[in-house]
Design a protein around this ligand. Structure first.
Ligand SMILES: NC(=O)c1ccc[n+]([C@@H]2O[C@H](COP(=O)([O-])OP(=O)(O)OC[C@H]3O[C@@H](n4cnc5c(N)ncnc54)[C@H](O)[C@@H]3O)[C@@H](O)[C@H]2O)c1
Length: 456
């Protein structure tokens, strides 16, 4: 019987996941801990540190009842029956594997805190995304304790997507739980499955061995990113041939073997996971002596980088080969709509490329202004950060729409046109706006993978 669930790491994954567990399992006490005091203070305040539709409701109705946020890691570990580890696992920036391998220092520090403070056996659940075979290392660290304690390691990667995290957690396509194929391992898997069974139908709870579970998370992200890069590669060909990439994607996606999801051409994928997880897969393939497999997956990332630079290249050539001293309104900085997260957002690369061309960049995003300022801190004097979209647009030569926020469709484009320099350009990096309407208002409209609508 378990009573206390603890999650180490109060980030984009740990906190929403635990809020939903607390919401669905009133008999468990759920505590989320972090070394970041500011973050924990924000989780305990009226203004949560991340924007995620529906999250405020779930947190506010459970916080203080069976959901707690704390920096007291020792007490939380001591109390816990099950510990989820949801710390960050970024790409290594130094030493062996720099730029590809996962940096596991936060994970290992967490494992060491567990042995320092634990005084009873525990199930430790890897919620962070990790390279395949990491559980072996975690298990060795944990079970090297000198207190005679036993730790069972379970892999339970998270598949929620930012922007729809609460819904994804409440109605997951599947929950994946991997464990050792020993009686103790199977018991641990069963205990974790028992948590999810409170609200997830049994047929959606998949159990596998540890290594399949760890690898499935990397593979899932690689496959999703691969679809985006595949359709983006075709968008380049569409622009040369007057085929329309959205029509191609729609018609191809109607084939039930292909399916329609994740075939939306754009300036490229972002977010903290896709790039780092593919690079991690690439590193693993190299490590295991599979260079052909490594370079196959590496191309998914290369195509994504190409798409952002192609977008800026298209802007330049459309705007008479110079944007120097021209104001460009960047609408949207988050890596996707409905999140304030800007990690690996293509908007960062696009803004920097425009700045390198000496454009005057004015940025507006409904939820990501704080992160945008942080991402561009080294060039902040060259950038205008605008709380109001019309302030960014005023006097601009061009709009670059980089995130598909609903509020951008609701702009008064007649007013927008009047406020801009002429000829007025819109570069829609998400094929999100009504291009025909914009063209009729007088804009020159450039989408991705489709013929531009111009008045020249
Ligand atoms: N963000 C996503 O959409 C997503 C989706 C699925 C899986 N993941 C994976 O989940 C993991 C967490 O991602 P995230 O986006 O929540 O990261 P995050 O950076 O938002 O949160 C991680 C938290 O862990 C804390 N932390 C680090 N070391 C610690 C320690 N020793 N003790 C206590 N706290 C510590 C950090 O302070 C931070 O608040 C990563 O492995 C990521 O790949 C992320």
């Amino acid at each position: 019987m378990i009573k206390n669930i603890v999650c180490i790491g109060a980030g984009y994954v740990g906190s929403p996941t635990m809020a939903v567990i607390a919401d669905k399992c009133s008999e468990f006490k759920v505590t989320v801990v972090d070394i970041n005091e500011q973050r924990i203070a924000a989780w305990n305040s009226d203004k949560l540190p991340i924007y995620e539709p529906g999250l405020d409701d779930v947190v506010f109705r459970n916080r203080g009842k069976n959901l707690f946020y704390s920096t007291n890691i020792p007490d939380a570990i001591r109390e816990a029956d099950v510990i989820f580890i949801s710390v960050n696992t970024p790409t290594k920036t130094f030493g062996t594997g720099a730029g590809r391998a996962a940096d596991l220092q936060y994970l290992e520090k967490t494992a060491r805190s567990i042995i320092e403070y634990a005084d009873s056996d525990k199930i430790v659940v890897e919620k962070s995304t990790l390279p395949v075979r990491t559980a072996q290392a975690v298990s060795r660290v944990l079970n090297s304790n000198t207190k005679g304690l036993h730790f069972q390691i379970v892999s339970n990667p998270e598949f929620m997507a930012e922007g729809t995290a609460v819904n994804d957690l409440q109605k997951p396509d599947r929950v994946l739980i991997g464990g050792l194929e020993t009686p103790e391992g199977r018991n641990a898997v069963e205990t974790v499955a028992g948590i999810y069974r409170h609200w997830v139908p049994g047929e959606r709870i998949i159990t596998t061995n540890l290594w399949s579970s760890e690898l499935t998370k990397l593979v899932s992200n690689a496959l999703l990113a691969q679809r985006v890069s595949s359709i983006n590669s075709i968008s380049a060909l569409c622009e040369k041939t007057e085929a329309n990439v959205d029509e191609v994607a729609r018609a191809a996606g109607f084939d039930s073997r292909i399916g329609s999801k994740f075939l939306k051409a754009s300036i490229g994928f972002g977010g903290s996971c896709f790039k780092k997880d593919i690079l991690n897969l690439v590193y693993l393939c190299g490590y295991y002596g599979l260079p052909e497999v490594a370079s196959y997956w590496e191309q998914v990332v290369a195509m994504n980088d190409y798409q952002a630079s192609r977008f800026v290249g298209n802007m330049l050539s459309a705007m008479f080969n110079t944007v120097a001293d021209k104001k460009i309104a960047v609408l949207g900085f988050a890596f996707k709509a409905d999140t304030g997260d800007t990690r690996e957002s293509p908007a960062i690369a696009v803004s920097r490329m425009l700045l390198a061309e000496r454009a005057r960049v004015a940025i507006h995003d409904p939820k990501a202004m704080v992160n945008a300022r942080h991402d561009l801190a080294d060039v902040e004097n060259d950038v205008l950060f605008c709380e109001d979209p019309y302030e960014a647009i005023k006097g601009a030569h061009a709009i670059a729409l980089l995130t598909d926020w609903k509020s951008f469709r609701e702009l008064d484009f007649k007013r927008v046109f009047e406020m801009m320099e002429k000829p007025a350009f819109i570069f829609d990096g998400r094929n999100y706006l009504d291009h025909d309407m914009l063209y009729k208002l007088g804009f020159n409209v450039y989408g991705i993978g489709r013929k531009p609508l111009t008045h020249f």
